[in-house]
Design a protein around this ligand. Structure first.
Ligand code: HEM
Length: 175
């Protein structure tokens, strides 16, 4: 998935959480905090008006995204339940931490650090060297959901992000 509208293969299920899930803005030509602000505010969440701001802002900007990524990879390193996806990664996770952090900043509606460094994400293509099936997808999701909980992301936002992450993780399946 990608926040880029030009990403080949990007379907609604892989849409960035920075794009409203009301089904209309997945076709919008830009994904930016400014263009999303209205859609965010209009989106219902738990019956009340959703808090304003992009997911990036609601997570606390770069330090918040970084904390989530750090916990995600710490858990992947520590938890036997995630050993299956841990062994697909390099022995040191420092590069993975940076890349996921840069990528998520943009995906969540913040600065496009990943694209500035590496160009088009081509995320599915970049995952093709790794055997990803339903087991790996589910481990990735469980690790991320645990990280969202442990860094105490607001439960409503965490649920919405988990749904968006699932679309992307499922799209990574290549077997
Ligand atoms: C479905 C289960 C997934 C598995 C098993 C998986 C596994 C991996 C592996 C093994 C790497 C290489 C790590 C490295 O080079 O340091 C990687 C890279 C990456 N993954 Fe995933 N991943 C999954 C899902 C996702 C999802 C859902 C996202 C985003 C929301 C994501 C974002 C990234 C990014 C940005 C990179 C760096 C790509 C690059 O520039 O080389 N991955 N992933």
């Amino acid at each position: 998935m990608s926040s880029l509208p030009t990403d080949p293969g990007t379907g609604a299920s892989a849409a960035s959480p920075a794009v409203s899930s009301n089904g209309t803005s997945t076709a919008s030509s830009t994904v930016s905090p400014t263009s999303n602000a209205g859609a965010e505010a209009a989106e219902p969440e738990g019956g009340d008006a959703a808090p304003a701001g992009t997911p990036f802002e609601r997570l606390g900007g770069e330090p918040g995204v970084r904390a989530l990524v750090e916990r995600f990879y710490d858990l992947m390193d520590l938890e036997p339940d995630y050993a299956g996806i841990r062994r697909l990664h390099p022995s040191t996770l420092e590069g993975s931490r940076d890349k996921l952090h840069w990528y998520l900043c943009g995906w969540l509606g913040g600065p496009n650090h990943y694209i500035e460094r590496f160009g088009h994400p081509r995320l599915r293509a970049r995952h093709l060297p790794y055997a990803i099936g339903a087991t790996e997808r589910d481990q990735w999701m469980a690790c991320m959901v645990q990280a969202l909980r442990e860094v105490q992301v607001d439960p409503g936002l965490a649920a919405r992000l988990a749904e968006a992450f699932f679309g992307t993780a499922d799209w990574m399946r290549n077997r």
